[in-house]
Structures are given as structure tokens and as C-alpha cells.
Design a protein around this ligand. Structure first.
Ligand code: 5GP
Length: 139
């Protein structure tokens, strides 16, 4: 494994461990609780959406479950309605941004190889012009 990928893997596992011990203290939970600043554009009982701090497209919104589940690999049947709600909110945000019909991309990264940096389930909504293709694994 390349050094950078190995480092990302270790950081992710540390995050997972920390998350398991103190699930309420992910950076996203701090944003949801207004403990650190962010541009929150939507909030309800199940999810919170805010602008990504390092946007990869003209519009880059993170839609985050209020419940701090680390990754999709940790979801349980009881989470089904909450996870489905991510799509309902994604559609609402896409509508508000005016991209409902022109198109947008929804991404959920899972684990180190999936490029997940923050161990707290979230959906990326990317929009604004034609987006590039999806990537092959990095060599
Ligand atoms: P992941 O790689 O886990 O799928 O995505 C994490 C995303 O969270 C990245 O796009 C990153 O830019 C964003 N992010 C990380 N820390 C912060 C933060 O403190 N505030 C905001 N708004 N976004 C963040």
C-alpha cells in the first residue's frame, strides 16, 4: 500500500475507534450541535445539511445523519427510514439549488479505500455544471 494510502487508513481506523468510544464527538456532530461553525442549510430530526469546507464542485453539500453511525458497514435495519430520508432531503436541496432537472451527483464514501475521511455517515451532493467521470483506484 502506498504511504499516503496507509496513513489515510490508519487515520480512518483511529477515527473509527474514537467514534466507537465517543460517538457523539465527530466533527460533524460538533457542526450539528453548533459547537464549531459551518454553513448549515437544512436541519430536521434525522439529518443536517451544510456546505463542504473544501468544495469539489460549484455546489458541494454534505447531508449528514444526526445519529453518528461511522460507515454504511455499521448500519442496521432500524436505520432504514433515516437513511432513506437522506435522499428525500437531497431532492429538496437539489430543488432549492435549481439543479433538480439539470442533474447532480450523490456520493457516499465508505471506509479507507472508498475515500471516507470522516467516520460519520454522510452523503455528498455535488452540482453545478457537467461533472467529471468516476475514478478508478489510485496506483
Ligand atoms: P468523506 O471523505 O469522509 O466522504 O468526506 C468528508 C468531507 O467533509 C470532505 O469533503 C471534507 O472537505 C469535509 N469536511 C471535513 N471537515 C469539515 C469541516 O470542519 N466543515 C465542513 N463544512 N466540512 C468538512
Amino acid at each position: 500500500m502506498e504511504r499516503r494510502a496507509r496513513l489515510a487508513h490508519v487515520i480512518f481506523l483511529i477515527g473509527l475507534e474514537g467514534n466507537a468510544k465517543m460517538a457523539e464527538t465527530t466533527i460533524f456532530t460538533k457542526i450539528i450541535n453548533h459547537e464549531i461553525p459551518s454553513e448549515i442549510i437544512y436541519h430536521d430530526d434525522l439529518v443536517t445539511a451544510f456546505k463542504d469546507i473544501a468544495p469539489k464542485a460549484e455546489h458541494h453539500i454534505l447531508i449528514v445523519t444526526n445519529k453518528p453511525i461511522p460507515t454504511v458497514s455499521n448500519v442496521e435495519p432500524e436505520d432504514e427510514a433515516m437513511l432513506g430520508h437522506l435522499f428525500i432531503v437531497a431532492k429538496k436541496i437539489a430543488t432549492d439549488l435549481g439543479v433538480k432537472d439539470s442533474g447532480y451527483r450523490l456520493i457516499v464514501n465508505c471506509g479507507p479505500d472508498g475515500g471516507q475521511e470522516v467516520p460519520h455517515i454522510h452523503m455528498h451532493l455535488l452540482a453545478g455544471g457537467k461533472l467529471g467521470g468516476l475514478g478508478f483506484p489510485q496506483k
